[in-house]
Design a binder for this molecule. Structure first.
Ligand code: ADP
Length: 230
């Protein structure tokens, strides 16, 4: 089953065309890498899939729901539970401990405290940061902070993880650990992973590669995909 479908999607900012005629089909449990030069529209594509921005045209269907037809409230509720986001801008709150950061989406979603604690504990164990939960972000390493971002994105059991350059601030060893963790989440939990990256190291985990690149966008995939940047 396709968990994500984009049909003839376009995005313009003012009169500046960013994406045009984007068609994309992603089956549940794939590891999709969006690659392409800086400025090609990878982040824009992630923002559209993640419901953070509206498309200018076309249809975006996530887990059977067409997102342009939802009200703003429906869309917020839907995305809160459906999609976990690991974006460059989604830093940990510096004044909160890792535990508080990880459990924050549960507070907003009305998850009972006991459940938040249990879930955060399980995720921390899986991600190898159990010992770091009581610390502030500045007191842990970059790799540990990134793992806390992953735990936070997974707290509400999303079916899809969207990540924008999740390894760009990490050294090679930590980048590899983070990618292995994302792949493990895919394999063990069936979560669909979509990563925008121009790092070659990310490609080896991909089951589907989508190139977003100027007018000659090209897709290369295990399932039918097409993406075109305007
Ligand atoms: P990538 O992630 O591939 O580097 P982006 O999706 O960030 O590319 O950006 C694609 C293009 O869209 C760039 O030319 C960028 O300047 C432009 N862009 C992105 N966001 C906005 C915005 N909010 N307003 C106007 N232009 C934007």
């Amino acid at each position: 089953m396709d968990i994500i479908q984009l049909q003839d999607v376009s995005k313009t900012y003012g009169n500046k065309g960013i994406l045009r005629g984007v068609n994309l089909a992603v089956r549940a449990g794939e590891f999709v890498v969006l690659c392409g030069e800086s400025g090609a529209g990878k982040s824009t594509l992630l923002n559209l899939i993640g419901g953070l921005e509206r498309s200018s045209g076309g249809r975006i269907i996530v887990d059977g729901k067409e997102i342009n037809q939802m009200s703003a409230k429906e869309r917020t509720d839907f995305y809160r539970h459906e999609v976990g986001i690991i974006f460059q801008g989604s830093y940990l709150q510096p004044q909160f401990t890792l535990f508080e950061n990880i459990t924050l989406p549960g507070v907003f979603a009305g998850m009972p405290e006991g459940e938040r604690k249990e879930r955060a504990g399980q995720l921390a164990q899986m991600l190898g940061i159990s010992e770091n939960l009581k610390f502030l972000p500045k007191e842990v390493s970059g790799g540990q902070a990134e793992r806390a971002c992953i735990a936070r994105a997974l707290l509400l059991n999303p079916k899809i993880i969207l990540a924008d350059e999740p390894t760009s601030n990490l050294d090679e060893a930590n980048a590899e650990i983070v990618l292995q963790i994302l792949n493990l989440i895919r394999v063990q939990m069936g979560v669909t992973i979509i990563i925008a990256s121009h790092s070659r190291d990310v490609i080896k985990y991909a089951t589907q590669v989508v190139t977003v690149a100027g007018r000659t966008a090209q897709s290369n995939a295990t399932s039918g995909v097409g993406a075109n940047a305007a």
